[in-house]
Design a protein around this ligand. Sequence first.
Ligand code: NAP
Ligand code: ZN
Ligand code: ZN
Length: 345
Amino acid sequence: MKTRAWGTQAADQQITSFEIDRREVGPLDVQIEILFSGICHSDIHQARGEWGNSKFPMVPGHEIVGRVTAVGAKVKKLVVGDLAGVGCMVDSCRTCAPCTHGDEQFCEKTPAFTYNSTEMDRKTPTFGGYSKQVVVTEHFALKIPAGLDLSGVAPLLCAGITTYSPLRQWNCKKGDRVGVVGLGGLGHMAVKLAAAMGAEVTMLSTSRSKEADATRLGATSFALTSERSTFKTLAGKFDLLIDTVSAAHDMNSYLSLLRPYGAMVVVGVPPKLELHPFSLIGGNRRLAGSSIGGIKETQEMLEFCAEKKIVADVEVIPAEKINVAYERMVKNDVRYRFVIDAATI
Ligand code: NAP
Ligand code: ZN
Ligand code: ZN
């Protein structure tokens, strides 16, 4: 099936419109008419070849929400007319230990990521959410709880799960002191989710202009990381730091903000990470990483968001503004997620 999409032909090219092929709906497949597709900073990293693994042509987008328009004969999870979401993965081997434990993102055969990847046949390229239609195996289609604004739901499929998962892994709970580093797409979800889990949240940002927003999103305090004094005032104060920063920054300074045994979880992907051993040794501090989340946990996150009435704060844009949105994100000018209205694709 032919479908319209926006993507790029090379790392130094703009995002433009072209046609792609989607597979016909197989017995276990779900076809989704895309309604909204979020723009993640990972889309920019990959579209611009910043991770060195880019395959072109590329159709980015892994924050997809839409309506089911066809289902295969064996599909049980969804019926035509249901709302459905797709995140960063569209398939995996489903039999290895990580897959059977709900960690499909760590599939030993490597998952089929939603774009810049291949299907499990390792030949057919996958194309992402900046398109009108997507066909995905039912296990990787999420159920979307009723009653949430759909443009704000789309970013939950990556920014939401990527911040929910480490908060759960580190048992974020009432009274914990959590610092969120970087107020962008992931950062604003981390603030909302940690606050909803009962934590006392501090926003650690380079942008003074975002202070009022941080409070509105649920942070109880705000600190400017471009001021050296912040690192003195807040030294040893946090149980947990969630680092969402996409650009180079000094990890050692941020680690000094942890109490003994505290943990900093890196979810942002700066070009490099430079660490002084004493940043970890002093205070038995822990540095960890976290990659998106499995399908079961993503569904759990969606239910949690429905219960707490949490969606992303979005700026809905037509597809022709994707390049402008990329430029604005690189300049930290996003409040707090661009979402493409798929009707304009
Ligand atoms: P984003 O919306 O562009 O936000 C990034 C934020 O980082 C900016 O808004 C800014 O916040 C802060 N920042 C930027 N440059 C900085 C600098 N030089 N020093 C300190 N802070 C800086 O990006 P996003 O979509 O949230 O993605 C963030 C990162 O997470 C990307 O690298 C992306 O690839 C990665 N990611 C990882 C996973 C995973 O599974 N681990 C999943 C999705 C995305 P302030 O203005 O507040 O400083
Ligand atoms: Zn993402
Ligand atoms: Zn597997």
